[in-house]
Ligand binder design. Sequence first.
Ligand SMILES: CC(C)(COP(=O)(O)OP(=O)(O)OC[C@H]1O[C@@H](n2cnc3c(N)ncnc32)[C@H](O)[C@@H]1OP(=O)(O)O)[C@@H](O)C(=O)NCCC(=O)NCCS
Length: 194
Amino acid sequence: MIHAPVDVGLRSWELADADELAVMYGAAATELAVEEPWCGPDFLTAAGQRERVRRCLADEAAEGFVITVSGAIAGHLSLDRIRRDILQSADIGYWVAPRHRRHGIVTRAIGLAVAHAFDGLGLDRIHATTDLDNAASCRALEANGFQRVGVIHDFALVGDRWRDGQLYQLTADDWRSFSRGSAAGPGRRGTGGV
Ligand SMILES: CC(C)(COP(=O)(O)OP(=O)(O)OC[C@H]1O[C@@H](n2cnc3c(N)ncnc32)[C@H](O)[C@@H]1OP(=O)(O)O)[C@@H](O)C(=O)NCCC(=O)NCCS
């Protein structure tokens, strides 16, 4: 699919984003209750979001970002479990508000985050884990050069059911080779960030 150009940005989140984050998640409360039940009711409040951002800012092993569209918050992206030991790795996670989906937003945001992780933070590997049936997430990862490593059984407990996950990875070397070969690819669209 060819996406219309969308002005996607990625910036570190701030305590001042809490109100806008709460409104965004509030609009998706029904989906979040099913798909991310661990969030709890506080997640939908500005106070809960302030606490979430505050915890993340205090965590040296995590970086939290808001994904923006024309400056307004349209989702979040995180680099978690940032390891500065022999692994030099991080996990990536993301969420886009339902009304902004299918516009190529996360594809672009992942591209910006990956560039930051490798060129900015100097990491060597990024991991992502998706549900087996999360086609959008898989396509966005693959559009940025991630490769599927395999299946992790009983990866996540959602509600009362364990879900399998697919593990993806991208190394700095593979990303640089991939970027050279896809300078106009989906992960390169948008205007900028981090
Ligand atoms: C997964 C998610 C982040 C995708 O965000 P998005 O901004 O809509 O994704 P994009 O528009 O960049 O689409 C990525 C690709 O998936 C495709 N796609 C999007 N939604 C899809 C869907 N529901 N079914 C199948 N394919 C889909 C797009 O067409 C695109 O492929 P293309 O570039 O070949 O056209 C978003 O749906 C979301 O936040 N879901 C809930 C949270 C979640 O699943 N997070 C990921 C956890 S690993």
